[in-house]
Design a protein around this ligand. Structure first.
Ligand SMILES: [Mg+2]
Length: 419
């Protein structure tokens, strides 16, 4: 090869003509044979859950890399945040891309990540802000005494009062006299948001199995509040996509209001190792104060995958398993079937705080009466069995799905006209 021209610096654009590559004087029919062969780095950039192939050559600059990412993603260069190539601040656009250290120990290209919103999609850039980083959960169903102490703290009661005084809730549907209240968490309780950054994230595909069956079954007896540690925009958008609210909603559930992160305040709990732990809480006292004629600790049940959210009201909390693998669990997750059945059993309970909600799946085995005339939710599982999909997993702690459902066979059709 023409070693005389192999000096990389000769390939840089002169400073007074930055827009013109140095080979501009060469026509296509007369290629610049003096150009040295350059090493190509086949980089892989993660962005919004996608893997992008980005091939740079040794003489490319950091600015060239950004321009490539722009063309691949429509994220303008000034909005790109490139993570994983260098520690700390990225060098200037004029720096050679090789100065980033593109190879890792074994010689393979370093994978890296780009964060940024494409032009024109800024309004879509809302998402769950639930603090999953602080995954520490506190098992209030096993440590209710500690939680009660938290609930009684003067400081926490004052925080609650300040929240009640400062927060206004928008009413979507008025509360119905005589109904009980179910408070539903959104993320990982009725919806798996793990993949929400995918462009094709459609909430309905990631709804927890049996969500609408659950809502249909409990709606005659319960009003609904959805409370999510997130922004109201994301929350209401997802509820629309889930067909739970809005004019296009296929089913009219009595969703009284939604509550976002704003009314959540910090409390301090004690972990099992004795360490104090600060976290936000969903204090149901807010709802009881806003709707005193309708809801109280005696008739409110709160479904959530994080029991630390129950800290102020541990006896009203029903912890469900976090729903995180929507792509794999659609035929096996039965949490809402058992929750629906339990909530129907609760209809006859005078005071919800007198029951141990952690046993909600086992309650299927006990003869707590269901309200007259309702179809036992366990028959939903039976129907699925007949339809072909894999059978649902048995709930924890025994009590197979088939148990109890056996008697109910034909229950759905028992109401047919007789003679
Ligand atoms: Mg959650």
């Amino acid at each position: 090869m023409d070693a005389t021209m192999a000096d990389g610096t000769a390939l840089k654009a002169p400073q007074d003509a930055p827009l013109e590559p140095p080979i501009a004087a060469t026509t296509a029919s007369e290629p610049d044979l003096a150009l040295p062969a350059e090493v190509v780095y086949a980089l892989v950039c993660s962005w919004k859950g996608q893997k992008l192939d980005v091939n740079v050559v040794a003489s490319d600059t950091v600015g060239d890399l950004k321009a490539m990412l722009w063309s691949l993603t429509s994220v303008p260069v000034d909005r790109q945040k490139i993570v994983g190539l260098v520690k700390g601040k990225l060098p200037g656009d004029e720096a050679e891309v090789v100065s980033l250290g593109l190879l890792q120990g074994g010689g393979a290209p370093k994978p890296f990540m780009m964060i940024g919103t494409p032009e024109g999609e800024e309004h879509r850039e809302v998402g769950p802000t639930e603090n999953r980083a602080a995954e520490v959960d506190i098992d209030y169903t096993a440590a209710q005494a500690a939680a009660s102490a938290a609930a009684q703290g003067v400081r926490n009661r004052r925080k609650l009062k300040e929240t009640i005084d400062s927060v206004t809730l928008d009413i979507m549907n008025p509360p119905r006299p005589g109904k009980k209240l179910v408070v539903l968490d959104l993320d990982h309780c009725i919806l798996d948001t793990t993949l929400w950054k995918e462009d094709n994230f459609v909430a309905e595909h990631f709804a927890r199995p049996y969500l609408h069956e659950f809502l249909r079954a409990v709606s005659p007896f319960y009003d609904i509040v959805v409370w999510s540690q997130t922004s109201w925009r994301w929350l209401e958008q997802k509820l629309m996509e889930l067909n739970m609210i809005g004019e296009g909603a296929q089913h009219q559930y009595n969703v009284v209001t939604t509550v976002d992160r704003k009314p959540m305040f910090n409390v301090y709990s004690t972990r099992e190792n004795g360490q104090p732990h600060k976290h936000e809480v969903k204090a149901l006292g807010l709802l009881w104060a806003k709707f005193p004629d309708f809801y109280s600790s005696a008739n409110t049940i709160h479904l959530d995958d994080l029991s630390r959210n129950f800290a102020m009201n541990p006896k009203n909390g029903l912890k469900v398993k976090a729903y995180k693998d929507a792509l794999f669990n659609t035929h096996t997750d039965t949490e809402l079937v058992y929750a629906a059945r339990y909530l129907l059993q609760l209809v006859n309970a005078p005071d919800f705080t007198q029951l141990d909600h952690s046993r909600f799946k086992k309650a299927a085995k006990y003869p707590l009466p269901l309200p007259p005339g309702v179809v036992d939710p366990l028959t939903w599982l039976k129907k699925d069995d007949e339809a072909g999909p894999p059978p649902p997993a048995a709930p924890e702690g025994g009590g197979g799905a088939g148990e109890g459902a056996g008697d109910a066979e034909g229950g759905a059709s028992a109401a047919g006209p007789s003679a």
